[in-house]
Ligand binder design. Structure first.
Ligand SMILES: Cc1cc2nc3c(=O)[nH]c(=O)nc-3n(C[C@H](O)[C@H](O)[C@H](O)COP(=O)(O)OP(=O)(O)OC[C@H]3O[C@@H](n4cnc5c(N)ncnc54)[C@H](O)[C@@H]3O)c2cc1C
Length: 303
């Protein structure tokens, strides 16, 4: 059951996309078909008819994302539910992957968004909260905690991780756009390959750092981070699911290593590495002070 919110009365009808097997279908993922199962059956003129045999029997109790209901649905307990085949028999998984590919980037962006929110909240708190004195400060008032090196390090780590994840998501989105809009068919193919390579990275890296940044956000708040009132704890509870749904990050690793690194006999990933080396070269030649050690760090990480 995909993304239907289970049961509600905010719409006249609800449609559930359901993966199921037809009788005699091949075993494993090759025998899965996609069906559309409506709450109410619809007649030829589009009018709502009888209630279909699909019931929401409970709401799941979750760690986070409490504004998004997740339901246990039961199909066909009272005689049989009617479903309508979508696409071709036994090709349901391919249909689902059409949705999952865009969903994976969307979930990656959830990681970036929650990390950014956690960072902004932590930075605001660190500027207001005063504790101790930074070395050399002899004043009577205590220092804002943002001035303590340990707190500043956590904030900078949060900011750097979020920026890196945002850049990967943007690169992925750019490649998807190019795969559709480039005039030259060769350029479209190249872009599609790059999008394919980057998608599991965008999903897994961004949602992993979503968790890490939200956790650091709590640490910046000290005890108040553990108290619901500040909202810092909610970011961590809400971030946790993103590394799990739309394919766990473990499954993204498998996709990257087994399928994506092998794209075009490894040419796609080699192009990506060559691009990174070229970026390090541009940084080196720019000799710009603001980039600091960035070129060395990038070159070291690539090679
Ligand atoms: C709040 C919530 C909302 C959801 N919404 C939807 C939805 O709208 N639609 C939908 O279809 N699903 C939905 N899901 C299901 C979700 O996509 C799955 O829970 C998720 O993909 C993981 O599958 P699983 O629970 O079967 O875990 P499992 O597959 O049992 O995985 C357990 C662990 O084993 C690892 N693992 C599994 N297989 C392998 C393997 N082959 N090799 C190595 N490691 C492996 C996983 O990485 C994980 O760490 C939702 C789940 C939750 C919690």
């Amino acid at each position: 059951m995909l993304l239907s919110r289970g049961e509600h009365d905010m719409a006249d009808n609800i449609i559930h996309f359901v993966l199921a097997r037809l009788p005699g279908a091949p075993k494993g993922t090759r025998g899965i078909s996609l069906f559309l199962v409506p709450k109410f059956l619809v007649d030829a003129a589009g009018a709502l008819g009888a209630r279909n045999d699909v019931q929401c029997i409970s709401l799941e109790h979750k760690l986070g994302i409490h504004a998004s209901p997740t339901c246990t649905m039961v199909f066909g307990d009272h005689g049989g539910a009617t479903g309508f085949l979508v696409g071709v028999e036994n090709k349901g998984l391919a249909c689902m992957f059409t949705m999952m590919n865009s969903a994976r980037l969307n979930v990656g962006v959830q990681g970036v968004a929650i990390a950014e929110r956690a960072f902004q909240q932590a930075l605001g708190y660190a500027k207001e909260r005063r504790q101790g004195h930074v070395p050399g400060d002899m004043g009577e008032a205590m220092s804002p905690i943002v001035q303590h090196p340990g707190v500043a390090r956590m904030l900078m780590t949060m900011k750097a991780m979020t920026a890196a994840a945002r850049a990967i998501c943007l690169m992925t989105a750019d490649s998807i756009d190019r795969s559709r809009r480039e005039k030259d068919s060769f350029a479209r193919e190249r872009a599609a390959e790059r999008a394919s390579l980057l998608t599991p990275v965008a999903k897994a890296f961004s949602t992993d750092i979503g968790n890490e940044v939200a956790s650091l956000g709590i640490q910046v708040h000290g005890g108040m981070g553990y108290i619901e009132e500040t909202g810092a704890a909610q970011f961590l509870r809400d971030a946790r699911i993103a590394a799990i749904y739309e394919g766990t990050n473990g499954i993204q690793e498998i996709d990257l290593v087994q399928r994506k690194l092998a794209l075009s006999g490894g040419a796609a990933v080699h192009r990506e590495i060559a691009d990174m080396r070229a970026a390090a070269g541009v940084l080196r030649n720019s000799n710009a002070e603001n980039f600091g050690e960035m070129e060395l760090c990038l070159a070291e990480a690539v090679d």
